[in-house]
Design a protein around this ligand. Structure first.
Ligand code: 9MG
Length: 355
């Protein structure tokens, strides 16, 4: 095989007992410890602009003697260690708590400390594994928030969540906010800038022992939807996330503390978003857990109506299930109870039995 860069996109998924039986019979390979198996993959060779693609059955992939392919295959198939102490053998649900007056989908609803604490507790009792608390809106067109303002929004909420039966994540682009949140009990630093916005963020995460979510975004929130362009959105998002994972590891963040996220709606048109979702399994080649945050986002109305964010719940369930079906390990959503039900029923239906 030439020296060209390799990407592997697993396809042909099997679930439940069928997946386990097919893996045992060497007819399929396991997908990142998710309980899902894949029977074939698209092998992509070369740079995004000139990539060559061919389909290969899993049996042939497993027999390949190419060292680069073997390493990539190991990344795709290996079980992921727990993330922030949470096992990844089933999809985790991250519930959203926006403490902002201008957030796109629940703007103003949870912008007082007390309401946000109550909302987080409700999400946890509805089955959220993680609650993600954010004090700066990053919706398209939004303005940045000063550090003091952001701290004054999120810290009292985090302090009020001590003892919550869910892991706390801080959604911020600022190192100082992440450091303060870690002191108040947060275990995850969810950064839509993949630790690039603040030059102290890599060190802050490493020093505070935070697990990190590195998200792809093209441009800043204010202007990111102004004509974003890619030659191949899936391969370019892969390359960016691979670089950010390498930067995080070089800064002393253990690979087991890193998750990656394609950044649905962050500098992507409707076509880019749909291409990313259809090619999501490619990102398992990064070798870290994948988070998908598509809940109530605008592309849902672009596909089939749902003008207001609140009316996009059915589309949000659909995209959560589509992501879970490709092995996404964490789903960031507004409606935790609804997503939990959708996931359980989907899982029971593909397994042919209840939990
Ligand atoms: C804060 N935030 C808004 N959308 C998001 C997404 O898709 N992923 C992550 N990680 N964070 C997000």
């Amino acid at each position: 095989m030439a020296d060209a860069k390799l990407y592997l996109r697993p396809i042909g998924f099997l679930y439940g007992d069928t997946a386990a039986t097919a893996v045992a019979a060497r007819l399929a390979l396991p997908l990142a410890g998710s309980g899902i198996a894949f029977t074939a993959a698209e092998l992509i060779e070369g740079a995004p602009r000139s990539a060559k693609r061919r389909l290969m059955p899993s049996q042939e992939l497993a027999r390949s003697r190419d060292a680069d392919l073997a390493q990539l295959l190991k990344r795709v198939t290996a079980p992921r260690p727990p993330f922030a102490g949470l096992s990844l053998t089933r999809p985790l649900i991250m519930g959203i708590v926006n403490v902002t007056p201008d957030s796109f989908s629940d703007g103003g609803m949870f912008d007082t400390t007390e309401e946000a604490i109550v909302h987080a507790a409700e999400l946890a009792s509805a089955g959220a594994d993680i609650v993600d608390v954010g004090g700066e809106s990053t919706r398209p067109g939004s303005d940045a928030v000063e550090e003091d303002e952001e701290l004054s929004r999120v810290l009292p909420v985090l302090e009020g969540l001590a003892g919550l039966h869910a892991t706390i994540s801080i959604d911020t682009r600022k190192a100082s906010v992440a450091r303060a949140a870690a002191k108040a009990g947060a275990k995850i630093f969810n950064d839509v800038s993949a630790l690039t916005f603040d030059r102290d963020s890599l060190a802050a995460a490493a020093e505070a022992g935070l697990s990190v979510i590195l998200m792809h975004a093209k441009g800043a929130p204010k202007t990111m939807q102004d004509d974003p362009r890619y030659d191949d959105v899936a391969l370019e998002v892969f390359d960016y996330l691979e670089d950010r994972i390498a930067a995080a590891e070089a800064a002393g963040i253990d690979r087991a503390h890193i998750a990656a996220d394609p950044g649905i709606g962050f500098g992507k048109t409707l076509d880019h978003t749909l291409a990313l979702l259809a090619n999501l399994s490619l990102l398992h080649g990064l070798g870290v857990p994948l988070l998908v945050g598509a809940s109530r986002k605008r592309f849902i109305s672009g596909v089939s109506g749902g003008e207001t964010p609140q009316s996009r719940e059915p589309g949000s369930y659909a995209v959560a299930l589509a992501a879970a079906a490709q092995g996404a390990q964490i789903l960031r959503v507004h409606d935790v109870a609804g997503t939990r039900q959708a996931l359980s029923v989907w899982q029971a239906s593909v397994d042919g039995k209840g939990a």
